[in-house]
Design a protein around this ligand. Sequence first.
Ligand code: MG
Length: 264
Amino acid sequence: MIELKSLAEIERMHTTGQFVAQILSELSELADVGVNLLDLEHHVRSRIRQRGARSCYWDYAPSFGNGPFRNVVCLSVNDAVLHGLPHDYALRDGDILSMDLAVGIDGWIADAARTVIVGTPADDDLRLLRATEEALAGGIEAARPGNRLGDISAAIEAVATYYGYPINTEFGGHGLGRTMHEDPHVPNKGRAGRGLKLRAGMTLALEPWFARTTDRIVFDPDGWTIRSADGSRTAHSEHTIAITEDGPLVLTRRLPHHADLAST
Ligand code: MG
């Protein structure tokens, strides 16, 4: 079932979204050569505590994963792309770091991910990052009342195809609001003009992610960390958006003067 949100509810998700955007910006600044992933995890923990927010990841226990998740941020390095467990690892020059964060504030959730290159970027990695960001922008642009879910998927797919990156369809975007995962599932591949009709009040996390040379994934023994099956490097971009009568509103794009920042 898809729960349509009122403008007031969307505004509350926007407040959460601004906090998520702020933390991802802070992590992007902090992520540098020699910085340990556990330092980033602890930064997020203290920011969540200060803000009185709730981590959506802590104790998350879906059908995959060995036991509940005991971290507040997903940090995935190089060939790891989704659900990376923060662990004792010092970032190296040229690493690709994907950071995915979902929190709730006063019961309303926002979820976003950003990928950065630590230190000196390689051209191939910049290209991969650009592709996920353009795919996300394309998906957002298609998220309008009257369009269909397949228009979002097709827009994401078109960018991947243009860049020549294969697409895995096991993990994609999702509805969200009071909980982290709601209907519908938003595949990163699909046919324009097909599927669910998009309506104002839908709130979605769109999240293209690509590996350079494979659409296959493997799980680490921890049951969480997902890597490209061939070890090729990966990137992931995600925003929480609301579909409004006026078009898509990106709730996790950082605004310089959003009111909520004054209290964080
Ligand atoms: Mg996410």
